[in-house]
Design a protein around this ligand. Structure first.
Ligand code: LLP
Length: 391
């Protein structure tokens, strides 16, 4: 049961706070690894989704590797017990000191995103007297159906090396002595619910990998990135994403030779549904135009996704439910935070039980890209986290 429940006297710890259901997390990790293991696939957890130490601990113990997009994430993964040999490091703008740190830490591979980056990693590896593994992140020009801000694999995006540049990249790789190409990396976007995009990706990867094979390059690893979406509208209907179909699509469409391993970088699908943001109604009011507002003590500082991407999160009034909804008829509400920004609105004109000051609300499916994207805007403190196994 993913849902947070009020104490018997209907009280809660000081709000706002994040709540994580560790049982659902474990169940999700079990399903993901079971489905991946069917085909010998490797999963690296994308730390950018959430770095709560307790969550990282569960993920690391489940045997996953780590996908990092900054040197700080690489350090965090190492400090939380991830095997450096299972850490990959992507990102369009890796700074010198981040690269130096990752080389020293002995990570598995850098996912390189530009020709210039190849030169820089080569020089920094030479300075440490090392040769490091790299995978070329190739922009496959596949357009998934998702929000434009979270789609990354199209020809006009800043991510990856363009497929028109791969022959130049390969020629240069032969000359750079301190980097060794071990694979290819792709990531077409996030929150992808129409899984045919992944079949399309696999098809493009087959073409690109065949080209490398013709050039005599042995690719030991194919990294398909992340992107599997979750059901934000009905989190209780699909608490665990459909990993079976996701991995089966790659199994059916991706050509893999016996010496190759296939890797994935899952973030959202592993941690989103186990998290909730618990908040209280501070005030209710009705505008001159008749729109009802419930103003909560959580805002875009705790959860920026609605303001940034018009993202939808299911919101429920736990107090109204505990008291019995019959006494509280359904009405149209906009749920907004306390921040001095018009965009600080979690939901507009949604059907919601009659709500009043002090009611406790839950904002669902916030385990991924929730707490990690929090800010101190308006000088607000970072909200604490609570876990399902707390007394
Ligand atoms: N690998 C790479 C290279 C990525 O850029 C990402 C996400 C992932 C893996 C993990 O993707 P996932 O499995 O979580 O879809 N803040 C946005 C999402 C940004 C995703 C960025 N890249 C949101 O709140 O929707």
């Amino acid at each position: 049961m993913a849902r947070y429940t009020l104490r018997p006297d209907h009280t809660v710890p000081p709000t706002p706070f994040y709540y994580y259901d560790l049982e659902l997390l474990r169940n999700t990790l079990h399903c993901a690894t079971t489905e991946a293991n069917r085909y010998g696939y490797h999963i690296h957890y994308a730390l950018k989704a959430n770095v709560e130490p307790r969550i990282l601990q569960e993920i690391q113990q489940a045997g996953l590797g780590a996908d990092c997009v900054s040197g700080y994430e690489v350090r965090c993964a190492v400090e939380n017990g991830f095997d450096p040999q299972k850490i990959v490091f992507a990102g369009v703008g890796k700074s010198d000191h981040e690269i130096e740190y990752a080389i020293r830490a002995g990570i598995f591979a850098f996912n390189c995103e530009s020709l210039q980056e190849l030169e820089v990693i080569n020089a920094l590896a030479a300075a440490q007297g090392k040769t490091v593994n790299i995978a070329l992140r190739i922009n496959p020009n596949v357009q998934p159906e998702t929000h434009q801000y979270i789609s990354t694999g199209q020809s006009e995006s800043k991510f990856g090396i363009s497929y028109t540049e791969i022959d130049t990249a390969l020629a240069r790789l032969h000359e750079l002595e301190h980097i060794r190409i071990v694979g290819l990396h792709f990531h077409i976007g996030s929150q992808i619910r129409n899984l045919t995009s992944f079949a399309e990706l696999a098809g493009r990867v087959n073409e690109i990998a065949a080209w490398f094979a013709q050039q005599g390059v042995v690719l030991k690893h194919l990294n398909m990135g992340g992107g599997l979406g979750i059901d934000y509208s009905n989190p209780d209907g699909e608490p665990v994403p459909d990993f079976a179909t996701y991995f089966r699509i790659f199994h059916e469409h991706l050509h893999v030779s016996p010496e190759q391993t296939v890797h994935f970088e899952l973030g959202r699908s592993l941690v989103a549904q186990c998290g909730e943001l618990i908040t209280r109604v501070l005030y209710t009011k009705t505008t001159a135009g008749g729109a009802r507002f419930a103003i909560t003590d959580a805002g875009m500082t705790e959860l920026i996704r609605p303001a940034l991407y018009s993202a939808h999160h299911k919101i429920e009034n736990l107090t109204a439910e505990a008291l019995g909804t019959a006494a509280r008829p359904i009405d149209l509400y906009s749920i907004a935070g306390p921040i001095c920004e018009s965009s600080d609105v979690f939901a507009r004109d949604i059907e919601f039980p009659l709500s009043q000051r002090s009611d406790v609300l839950t904002i669902r499916s916030t385990g991924a890209y929730g707490s990690i994207m929090a800010s101190n805007y308006n000088m607000r403190p970072i909200a604490p986290s609570h876990f399902s196994d707390e007394a």
